[in-house]
Design a protein around this ligand. Structure first.
Ligand SMILES: C[S@@+](CC[C@H](N)C(=O)[O-])C[C@H]1O[C@@H](n2cnc3c(N)ncnc32)[C@H](O)[C@@H]1O
Length: 647
């Protein structure tokens, strides 16, 4: 029974807990007056979280810090006028699919997705650059170090942005990597559902820093585990001193109290232990009732030391000795030391039919009686029970060579991508959760995650959907990928999805979602005057010039509006022709949009009759203030709950 505390609530502690939920990174450790470690708030970090500029200050506290951390933090809170533009011609099954492929820098993509995917993602898997000295390139977007960067050897991405390699000779080797990963993790956390989780592949180069930074971003209490993955059983001869055989997966939940992890299907060795068949046909094995692991002594749980009586003919058990139950069994080790049962007397009484007494013979020991419990392979609904996910993954399919082989098989024997992960690894990650929900990978590379999502959905009938984000990082001119016409890594990713979809469809014949909608990170659809009208001398002038860039389509505008209104990119979109104008409807009546010029009163009436939740028009399509007010009046009359906006 819980004891009354007989004191008032510790409000400070409660407040700190509330802050920790919102900003896990501002929670740190300090000592109270008695020298005990307690949680405290790092007010400098909190100030930084609430400010749009770098806040100076340098107190002594427990945290991982590096030059550029505050600038990196700032990046996550800055608004952007970048947007996503649809690329229908590169998409597959645009109308029906729930999958998304985003081409562009993931920092920008994550910022753009904040409204539409806030608290929506079930699982994030990322395999970021490990910072090996060769693999990490980044965009020149940290102002402070621009000059330093400019001395580096620049490459250029599809948009003409300069990309730089992070080599060990760079004095800010670890700092640059941390400044790259930190804002991305912070933004990614916002997208996770309360019961969501992130799996991050990493190796010894940065695992120590990543763990610290994840403790900060996700909160130390939200760590689920750190798995050692045997990716190279033969050992890498390229390693400096010792042959690396493994890498890691770091796993953090958004909120450990809401998160549940499903165990993995038991491995073959364990399955073979289920050799008995119960009267209802279920397979079972026998497990000793005596406590085996820690806290096994009688004095650890004195109540769990009691005799159980066995009927030597039937093996049935009882807590009472009588003519039928004659053999007394006590929880003792073969050595004679007093131990304890794993079940209480009450549990034994209630579940007697699940216990069995057996005579055991062990080499070198006299025969003795022991009590076992029945452990079924399946639960009563016939669902296979699972084992807890292990902290070491050694399956042979996880070998990194398998990733290469899979790609080669898809691309007619060509080696078009260095170090893709095996789909088996990603499937194993995905199967720790239920079989639906949104999966995000914002370092998509060759799109192994998309491949694994499709493959697993085809195998287990699941309904997972994915969002991939990948920079159009150029492929070297002498690479096999470039020679086959795949000029950058996004091209590789999209082509892989198309080929994997075809293969899975052919091999399994299943009718799952093989499509994907492609979007590209680009500059806003609006001209600069849209964001800085005050820079124009006369307000009237603003009205007269068009504020939308000439090369942008109605669909471009629709997507930017959807993102601002927090609508998901996979929603069904329909285009209707009403009074000779193009009207777009998103998810039925969630949004109605008309970006044509010269919107008439009868058209507005028609749209309002559909009672959309939101409606948007082009500001310049109204003749003047009177026309604008008229539209509002019409909506007030016909659909008063519609939220109306103009661009
Ligand atoms: C280690 S690879 C991921 C490989 C992937 N797991 C696979 O199986 O193919 C990391 C990828 O992240 C991409 N990347 C690096 N920085 C990026 C950024 N800022 N935005 C988007 N992608 C980025 C790189 O181009 C590279 O393809």
């Amino acid at each position: 029974m819980e004891k009354l505390k007989m004191e008032t609530k510790d409000l400070i502690r409660e407040n700190i807990e509330k802050l920790a939920e919102m900003f896990p990174d501002v929670i740190t450790e300090t000592r109270d007056e008695k020298g005990n470690l307690i949680k405290a708030v790092d007010f400098e970090l909190l100030k930084q979280e609430l400010s749009g500029r770098v806040v100076e200050g340098d107190g002594e506290r427990y945290q991982l810090t590096w030059p550029g951390k505050k600038e990196a933090m700032l990046l996550t809170n800055l608004p952007t006028n970048r947007t996503l533009r649809p690329a229908k011609e590169e998409s597959m099954d645009w109308e029906k699919t729930g999958n998304i492929y985003i081409e562009g820098d993931n920092l920008e993509a994550l910022i753009i997705l904040q409204e539409s995917y806030l608290n929506k993602i079930k699982l994030i898997y990322i395999d970021p650059p490990y910072n090996t000295g060769k693999d990490f390139i980044y965009k020149d977007n940290f102002k402070q170090s621009r000059e330093e960067y400019l001395t580096g050897s620049g490459q250029v991405d599809g948009d003409g942005n300069r990309l730089f390699q992070n080599t060990e000779s760079n004095g800010r080797f670890h700092s640059d990597w941390l400044s790259m990963i930190y804002p991305r993790l912070k933004l990614a956390r916002n997208l996770l559902r309360e019961d969501g989780v992130i799996f991050i592949s990493i190796d010894d180069n940065e695992v120590h820093n990543l763990r610290k930074i994840c403790d900060e971003v996700f909160g130390e209490r939200n760590i689920v585990g750190q798995i050692t993955v045997q990716s190279n059983p033969r050992g890498s001869q390229a390693s400096k001193y010792m042959a690396d055989v493994h890498e890691y997966l770091l796993i953090y939940s958004k909120n450990i109290n809401s998160f549940t992890i499903i165990g993995h299907i038991k491995d073959k060795n364990i399955l073979s232990e289920y050799s008995y068949t119960y009267k209802d046909g279920r397979k079972f094995r026998l497990l000793g009732l005596r406590q085996r692991g820690g806290a096994w002594r009688r004095e650890h749980r004195p109540n769990m030391y009691f005799p159980i009586y066995v009927n030597p003919q039937t093996g049935k058990v009882s807590l009472e000795k009588n003519n039928e139950f004659t053999v007394e069994v006590l929880p003792k080790r073969p050595s004679g030391e007093e131990s304890r049962w794993t079940w209480s007397k009450k549990k034994v009484l209630e579940n007697r039919e699940l216990l069995v007494g057996r005579k055991v013979n062990r080499e070198g020991l006299e025969d003795f009686w022991d009590v076992f419990r029945i452990d079924f392979l399946e639960d009563e609904d016939g669902k296979m029970k699972t084992s807890k996910v292990k902290t070491m993954w050694i399956d042979k399919e996880i070998n990194y060579q398998n990733g290469r082989t899979e790609i080669k098989e898809l691309f007619d024997g060509l080696d078009i991508f260095d170090f893709p992960k095996p789909t088996y690894l990603v499937k194993k990650i995905l199967s720790t959760l239920e079989d639906s929900g949104l999966i995000l990978d914002f370092f998509a590379g060759s799109a192994t995650t998309a491949h694994a999502v499709m493959q697993l959905n085809a195998e287990d009938g699941g309904n997972r959907k994915y969002i991939m984000v990948q920079l159009p990082e150029p492929c070297p001119k002498d690479s096999e990928a470039y020679r086959t016409g795949l000029k950058n890594i996004s091209e590789i990713g999209k082509e892989r999805i198309r080929r994997a979809a075809k293969k899975i469809k052919e091999e399994t014949g299943t009718d799952i979602d093989y499509g994907f909608r492609v979007f590209k990170v680009d500059s806003s659809n609006m001209k600069d005057v849209y964001y800085r009208p005050d820079e124009l001398l006369q307000q009237n002038l603003f009205r007269m010039i068009d504020n939308i860039k000439e090369d942008r389509t109605a669909e471009d505008l629709l997507i930017q509006v959807m993102l601002e209104w927090g609508l998901e990119l996979s929603l069904p979109m329909e285009k209707k022709n009403i009074f000779n104008k193009e009207v777009h409807f998103v998810a039925g009546n969630s949004l109605a949009a008309c970006f044509d010029e010269g919107v008439s009163e009868e058209l507005v009436r028609e749209i309002a009759r559909e009672k959309p939740l939101r409606a948007v028009f082009r500001d310049s399509s109204f003749a003047g203030d009177a026309a604008r007010i008229n539209v509002e009046e019409l909506f007030k009359m016909l659909s008063p709950t519609t939220e109306i906006k103009v661009i």
